[in-house]
Design a protein around this ligand. Structure first.
Ligand code: SPV
Ligand code: MG
Length: 302
């Protein structure tokens, strides 16, 4: 049977669309499928959430090949939705970046976001010193990523961590200019303030024809119209599904632990059939009719 046509938009199309676009975080195959069926047009494969799901810190404790395994499951589980992989610093120098890009493309991922910190990085919201990469070194990583991609649609986003590290606007603009010149398809400007002031100041000063992406985790009460008016192209909701799952799992575990029973938990959790639906067990049941000897045999006889 013919493969279904690939209908998903590309990340580049989302970045260049004339509306504000949203990427929703996912961290494994299950959450990616839920994001897709909810209707989001793109997925953010968050390093924080993938790390949390693996039970480790977001400091490159999971290796890049372990991340690759996770995003491959996500790819398969959400075949109609483009995935932007949070590639941290690229796990090394330009050469590690090249290998990452090639492997992501081979596994059907549409893009990577690389941040201008030193490897190993630490999550932007954790306390402790944030060490920035030399801007020319980082520009070389962006250039290497763009030079080695096979598909014209593969998207490389350069993420500015300057505000996170405490450097001023003009230094961030200088860095962004170099990354744009190196071929970045978009600039992600990150801030940990509880107002959008830093990213709005950046957007106001940014005059290159290169889309802007933001992660408004700490200033999430800002109306979307503010971003639209500022010319921002894409918003990343970066960690909300892993946080939702943490709360849900803690509540269920506590209830069962305290009651020493599962009698009252059913009304609080998804039914088993919902697990099977999300796993597409019905598809397997259907295909068993086609491919297993006992069914082929009885079908032929019938
Ligand atoms: C992530 O989701 O892993 C991110 C965004 O990189 S942040 O946690 O804000 O650094
Ligand atoms: Mg991250």
């Amino acid at each position: 049977m013919k493969q279904e046509m690939n209908k998903r938009p590309t990340l580049l199309e989302l970045l260049r669309s004339d509306q504000l676009e949203f990427l929703m975080e996912a961290h494994n195959g299950l959450s990616a499928r839920i994001v897709e069926e909810t209707g989001f047009r793109g997925i953010w494969a968050s390093s924080l959430s993938i790390s949390a799901g693996l039970g480790v810190r977001d400091c490159n404790e999971a290796s890049w090949t372990q991340v690759l395994e996770v995003v491959e499951f996500m790819r398969d589980a959400a075949p109609q939705t483009p995935i932007l992989v949070d590639g941290d610093t690229g796990f090394g120098n330009f050469n590690n970046v090249r290998r990452l890009v090639r492997k992501l493309e081979q596994r059907g991922l549409e893009g990577v976001c690389l941040e201008d910190k030193k490897f190993p990085k630490r999550n932007s919201f954790t306390s402790g010193v944030q060490i920035l990469e030399d801007p020319e070194e980082f520009a070389g990583k962006i250039r290497a990523a763009k030079d080695c991609q096979n598909s014209g649609n593969f998207t490389v986003i350069a993420r500015l961590e300057g505000f996170i590290a405490g450097i001023p606007l003009h230094d961030n603009l200088d860095r962004a200019d170099r990354y744009y010149a190196a071929g970045a398809d978009a600039i992600l400007v990150h801030s940990k303030q509880n107002t959008p002031d830093e990213v709005l100041a950046f957007a106001e000063a940014w005059d290159r024809p290169c889309p802007l992406v933001i992660i408004p985790t700490t200033y999430g009460d800002t109306p979307n119209q503010v971003y639209i008016d500022a010319g921002i192209s894409m918003v990343v909701w970066a960690n909300h599904l892993v946080r939702a799952s943490i709360s849900a799992m803690q509540d269920a575990a506590r209830m069962i632990y305290e009651q020493k029973s599962i009698k009252h938990i059913e009304e609080h959790i998804a039914p088993i059939d919902e697990v099977f639906r999300l796993q597409k067990v019905d598809e397997l049941n259907r295909d068993e009719q086609l491919y297993t000897p006992e069914n082929v045999h009885s079908n032929n006889e019938g």
